[in-house]
Design a protein around this ligand. Structure first.
Ligand code: HEM
Length: 445
């Protein structure tokens, strides 16, 4: 057991006990972690605690009744109903398809030579020099936020992407409940993003907003939450959507560019999945690109630093230790994915192996490998995450010849992981990678 300030923390080391955390929803709750995030972003308890309480807390509503009352036969607390809406939007079906098509369209536009923001490259005679992580973060964040919110948000704040990134880069302070005095940068950045979101939710019409975000903010307002606080709640949802994908994309591309043979192999399978006019075919990509798939799975194994985190509700014993209600129990993913039990005896678990999951496809189902968590917190965006990443990689490789700027391809090193601040989710790189791009269509700058 660990003590972190006033918190008693139990770290699970036996993989067989992880599924118990997922399954025992009566003994363990996730609510405490969500509530800490809400506190960390300055939402008063009086506003958010009713979301977790019995529906009677709200008293009577005028007709039409809110959806969380009218469409809730089992009388679940508001927050549980909101989980269902998240799945409705993000899991396979027409809503997910609509979002994915918008993400593809946005990425295709952003990755076009003539549309690239000059702030994101340095022009040379026939080529451009870009920073890979900056690119991954900027383009994926903008593509996803535009898809979920609609372009009207960007009419209100044309720099919304950068403002959001400034906040996201400090957002780990929310989860770690940093004292306000040490989190001024986070709070300052947050105010700018929340100003834009609040203004957006005040518009008379938002014709391009996704079903999920329109429903969440409308229903949150009906629980009595002020518009500014609803904007904060929605900002946290944007964090769930955006935090992990750019870092995963960065590592996938870094390993591909580091290994010339891997680069050629991925390029070949990506090209084989294109339409006859040369455009990327998202469905074929996800079905046919076995090597890219293996790289993505290996990146998630090596760099995903998420944890299953729960609060004990009833007394119990785990690993021979008595657990009292209120204690926090965590199971860090990397402990298991980097274990000898997963990679095999004598194998260096920190070594990137692009073909591990091709040699042994059963590893995807190994009990020590769960990059998207499980149970109630099983990532609802996992299909979108994979689809948007594959689309990005294919579009980039298909449109540009790319080489690392430092050293030749053979001498290029994948950066170390960042250790200067806590990493929630997928770990970021310590340094960026500089790449040189040349158009494949032969056109010049
Ligand atoms: C490689 C990329 C991704 C990884 C590795 C990942 C992983 C995870 C994990 C481990 C969780 C559980 C977190 C916890 O238990 O605290 C989670 C939750 C979640 N993820 Fe993902 N995710 C990714 C991309 C996405 C994308 C693209 C979306 C949406 C389009 C998304 C939406 C969400 C949401 C909404 C939650 C739940 C947040 C909540 O309701 O509290 N994720 N994800």
């Amino acid at each position: 057991m660990l003590r972190v300030g006033p918190l008693a923390l139990v770290v699970i080391r036996n993989v067989d006990e992880v599924s118990m955390l997922w399954k025992s929803t009566k003994a363990f709750t996730f609510d405490g972690f969500i509530q800490d995030m809400y506190r960390g972003i300055d939402i008063p308890e009086s506003s958010f605690m009713p979301l977790f309480a019995d529906l009677h807390t709200f008293g009577k509503f005028e007709d039409p009744q809110p959806a969380f009352i009218a469409e809730n036969p089992n009388k679940k607390p508001y927050i549980e109903v909101q989980f269902d809406w998240i799945k409705d939007q993000l899991q396979p079906g027409p809503l997910m398809e609509d979002t994915l098509q918008k993400i593809y369209g946005n990425l295709s536009h952003l990755l076009e030579w003539d549309n690239m923001s000059p702030a994101l490259f340095r022009a040379e005679e026939k080529t451009r020099v870009v920073n890979l992580y900056q690119w991954s973060q900027h383009f994926l964040v903008e593509a996803a936020i535009k898809a979920f919110m609609g372009p009207e948000l960007f009419d209100l704040d044309p720099n919304f992407t950068q403002h959001y990134i400034d906040w996201e880069n400090t957002s780990w302070k929310v989860a770690y409940r940093y004292p306000a005095i040490f989190a001024r940068d986070m709070h300052k950045a947050k105010e700018i993003v929340v100003d834009a979101l609040e203004g957006y939710f005040a518009l008379d019409s938002r014709p391009n907003i996704s079903w999920l975000f329109e429903r969440m903010q409308t229903e949150q307002r009906r629980t009595g939450i002020p518009r500014r606080q609803a904007a904060c709640l929605n900002l946290l949802m944007l964090l769930g959507i955006n935090l992990n994908s750019p870092r995963t994309l960065f590592w996938v591309l870094a390993h591909i560019f580091q290994d010339p043979a891997l680069y050629e192999a991925v390029l070949k399978e990506v090209r084989a999945s294109c339409n006859s006019d040369g455009t990327v075919n998202p469905e074929l990509l996800v079905k046919q690109c076995a090597i890219l798939d293996a790289v993505w799975l290996e990146v998630l194994r090596l760099y995903n630093n998420s944890s299953v985190a729960r609060t004990a509700v009833v007394p119990m014993t785990i690993q021979g230790k008595h657990i009292s209600p209120g204690m926090q129990v965590i199971a860090p993913f990397r402990t298991f994915a980097l274990s000898q039990g997963f990679v095999g005896e004598g194998v260096d678990p920190l070594k990137f192996d692009a073909f591990r999951f091709i040699r042994d496809p059963s590893l995807v189902k190994h009990k020590a490998y769960f990059p998207f968590s499980g149970g109630k917190t099983y990532c609802p965006g996992r299909q979108i995450a994979k689809a948007e990443l594959f689309y990005f990689v294919a579009t980039m490789l298909n449109r540009y010849e790319i080489e690392p700027v430092a050293g030749n391809k053979a001498g290029f090193e994948v950066p170390a992981i960042a250790t200067d601040k806590p990493n929630l989710g997928v770990i970021g790189p310590a340094t960026d990678i500089v790449l040189r791009l040349r158009r494949r269509d032969g056109a010049e700058e």
